[in-house]
Design a protein around this ligand. Structure first.
Ligand code: ADP
Length: 483
């Protein structure tokens, strides 16, 4: 099967969050499956992979119409294992410091940027002669691709047997733009009806993906349930319900090679589910040393690696840490909401031996915190799937997280579960976070219970194997319908 995977961020080329991890892992897993050929499309941002990939310019250019102007687009390619990556080069839209926004808000031309990208995926496929059976689209930035296939490209012989799937990684981000964007995108007004592109007088790219794709899924069964009604569906639950059996939940996995404590070069020494009692203390000491925390192997260390955003409940961290910093150490990595950043900076400055806060994006540091911590705090108000809790468990770090979406699907809560792997926070408020942390600290003081939980967490299968098979079946079903 020829598969195009189109996304606005793909690890290790560009990443702001879990979408990149998930799309990157899927591309690799799909490309290794027998009979598959995978082409990955993403924009060529300014700083692809920190400049560490030797990209090859594909000779020639093609043209893409956006609004009332024609843009010249090039492609760069990179052989990534068995997948071929194509970077859509249009400096006017993508040669910028950030992916989607500056500190003061979203880029004003995000509609044009992702109209261009969506059209460039289709034109680019033709340009390099890669005829896809399936185009797998991810989140609102690619929501127009399924719509183009069913409208502007419906009579294009190149795509006569091409189906599309649309994966929703987070329904909170929908790509809503004014009515004028319908014209910029090149759609006819016949498409501008409530059961197609129209959304409260404007256009919604996520809705377009849901409406026009041959199949739609989101990233955990728990999140399916939440977004099929309001308020979880953020205005799109009706549209999703209308898709009936074509809308399903497929749990994300993690890339178990990227996230492998046994061979992780960021750590002083690798460890697995048999040697974590040796490897984790070394990682903890190394982090305590680097962070200037008190060197103590026995004090519980609580880690956080997150975007700071209301979704993640990270605004609840400062009051909880202020109260709990005597009983545990905290190592936090993340940025976003400025108030939380400032409060954590103040807390870390006031308690340098107990609280470490790094206000940046840092892959290596993330690895070190996942490995060194005993607990991983994730008080999310909602969580479509969540990768951090799975990464933490793979590193033998037990999540303390709200029971929502994919968190509820992937964590077995202590003490109710027969084989617990983490702790649930009853609701996203500071008192409940503190209560759950206290339960976790209680369990931590019982070595036998804790060691068993860590072992169970590390042995849980978070690989992509099962989910990749479910995606493949979904693709095959679409192809049978198109045949
Ligand atoms: P989301 O996609 O909603 O941000 P996920 O849990 O699905 O949340 O995925 C988050 C990913 O981003 C994880 O790989 C996590 O380690 C990473 N991450 C988040 N913040 C940072 C940061 N400041 N530095 C490095 N990695 C980060």
């Amino acid at each position: 099967m020829n598969i195009i995977l189109a996304a606005s961020e793909i690890f290790p080329f560009a990443k702001t969050g879990g979408l990149a991890d998930a799309a990157g892992a899927m591309a690799q897993v799909f490309s290794r499956m027998k009979g598959n050929k995978v082409a990955v499309f993403l924009p060529k941002y300014r700083n692809i992979g920190g400049g560490s990939f030797s990209l090859k310019a594909v000779p020639g250019v093609f043209r893409v119409m956006v609004n009332d102007h024609v843009e010249t687009v090039g492609l760069y390619s990179f052989q990534w294992g068995k997948a071929t990556v194509y970077l859509v080069d249009c400096p006017k839209y993508f040669d910028r410091a950030e992916l989607y926004r500056t500190r003061s808000g979203d880029y004003q031309d995000n509609d044009e940027r992702f109209i261009l990208f969506s059209k460039a995926v289709l034109e680019g496929a033709k340009f390099v002669g890669f005829k896809p059976d399936i185009i797998h689209c991810h989140d609102w930035q690619t929501g127009l691709i399924p719509a183009y296939l069913k409208t502007l490209y419906s009579i294009d012989a190149f795509f006569a047997r091409t189906g599309s799937t649309f994966t929703i990684h987070n329904i909170a981000y929908q790509g809503c733009f004014p009515k004028a964007t319908v014209f910029k995108a090149g759609f006819g007004w016949t498409e501008y009806t409530p059961d197609r592109l129209e959304y409260y007088g404007g256009i919604n790219f996520l809705k377009a993906g849901i409406q026009y794709a041959d199949a739609v899924n989101t990233v955990s069964p728990g999140y399916v349930h939440e977004i099929l009604s309001e308020p979880g569906g953020r205005g799109l639950s009706g549209v999703l319900r209308a898709r009936g059996a074509d809308f399903i939940g497929i749990l994300n996995g993690i890339d178990t090679e990227v996230w492998d404590p046994e061979y992780d070069s960021s750590l002083p020494r690798g460890y697995d589910d048999g040697s974590f009692t040796k490897g984790k203390p070394l990682a903890k000491t190394a982090l305590q040393e680097m962070a200037g925390l008190t060197l103590d192997p026995n004090i519980p260390l609580v880690g956080v690696v997150s975007r700071f955003d209301p979704q993640k409940g990270t605004d609840l961290l400062p009051p909880v840490i202020a109260k709990m910093a005597g009983k545990a150490q905290f190592a936090l990595l993340g940025l976003g909401d400025h108030a939380t950043q400032e409060q954590l900076t103040v807390l870390a400055q006031g308690n340098p031996k107990k609280v470490f806060y790094s206000e940046r994006y840092d892959e290596g540091m993330a690895h070190r915190i996942y490995a060194a911590s005993d607990m991983f705090l994730m008080p999310s108000r909602f969580e479509p799937c969540g990768l951090s809790q799975m990464i933490a468990m793979r590193y033998g770090t037990l999540p303390v997280a709200c029971k929502t979406g994919g968190l509820a699907d992937t964590i077995a809560g202590y003490p109710e579960a027969e084989k617990p792997t983490g702790f649930f926070i009853k609701k996203p408020d500071a008192a409940s976070v503190q209560e759950a942390l206290s339960v976790a600290l209680g369990a931590y003081s019982n070595r036998k219970v804790w060691t068993e939980m860590v072992r169970t967490a590390m042995r849980t299968d978070f690989s992509w194997d099962r989910s990749a098979e479910v995606y493949s079946e979904c693709f095959r079903k679409i192809l049978r319908k198109l045949a």
